[in-house]
Ligand binder design. Sequence first.
Ligand code: 0L1
Ligand code: MG
Length: 261
Amino acid sequence: MALSPEEIARCAQIVDEAADTAELIPMLTIERPEMTLEEAYAIQRASMVRRFERGERLLGMKMGLTSEAKMKQVGVHEPIYGHLTDEMKIEDGGVLSRARCCHPRSEPELCFILARDLKGPVTPEEAMEAVSGVCPALEIIDSRYKNFKFTLEDVVADNASSRGFVLGPVTPIDGVDISALPMKLVVNGQTVQEGSSAAIYGHPAKSLAAQANMLARLGQHLEAGQVVMSGGATAAVAVNVGDEVQVVVEGLGTASFRVEA
Ligand code: 0L1
Ligand code: MG
């Protein structure tokens, strides 16, 4: 590790304060070009500790950059993950406060609900044994970096751009084939993105297993009751004040939020 513990803590403070105040920051790697992916995750974890010290609770994890569309959109080549807290959760039909965001975008996802602890290494099939239900979901991503531009290390340090998430009705996982569900993102009644759950890392179960396996490398695991956002099925779309944003997943239902000032 090239960055000192003090520098990790300083970077965590920078990204945490930027997320808290919705103020744009320059990429951390401009001044720290030597930052490794491992250090970026250390910064992410340290920024989460700051949130937990303010009273936020961990609700689960999110996989990011799991689709070809997303990798292309941000110009990187491997999935990443971030943490989800109760401060980020928006009830289905609820409100995203634009004032709490820098430049929010939303994307349609599937979210898994875990009934059991999930420890990697696991195969996708083994990972699914820990799942009790799945729901249509919307993620709101909001990079704290200027112009939504970053390196892989920058975006990992910034908690994979997490800003919010909305969960729709939960369907028991037994008997649901999630391999290729048609999904769409609807804004103000217009379909703005269409895709398939197959675009989520080839299969959403692969994304869940990858999450468990990445955590396992750090000696960590997912816990019963946690949620795992599996990743966007399409490119993300900018959302603005007044927008009504909805995900529609064939066979699973819908979830929505609206954007207010
Ligand atoms: O959830 C995602 O796939 C986004 C990960 C971070 C990249 C971005 O901000 O677009
Ligand atoms: Mg996402």
